[in-house]
Design a protein around this ligand. Sequence first.
Ligand code: FES
Length: 108
Amino acid sequence: MAKPEKHVFVCTHTRPSDDPKGSCSARGGQPVVDAFAGAFESRGLWGRFKLNTASCFGTCEQGPSVLVYPEGVLYQSVKPGDVATIIEGHLLGGEPVEALQAAKEVWG
Ligand code: FES
């Protein structure tokens, strides 16, 4: 297998519903995974990019969290509708999508 150009990790971590931090699972992590997978499939991008679910990154309050390597860019509060923007801007365009990135105080 060739090394992917970029590796997308989507947090799908789960916590009990009464946990004050909440979780990316409760905030919709799996639909974000599904949106990336669907777009990679329909656009023939699996050969360039790798997608994995992940456990907690520690930035739970504004999940779902998406981490893209090799840059180490963290996106927060990602919705399925944001996925095309991340793919176009960052994965294909090489420019991280500033409007969706975690604040520097959170990940910087
Ligand atoms: S639960 Fe997703 S970052 Fe913590």
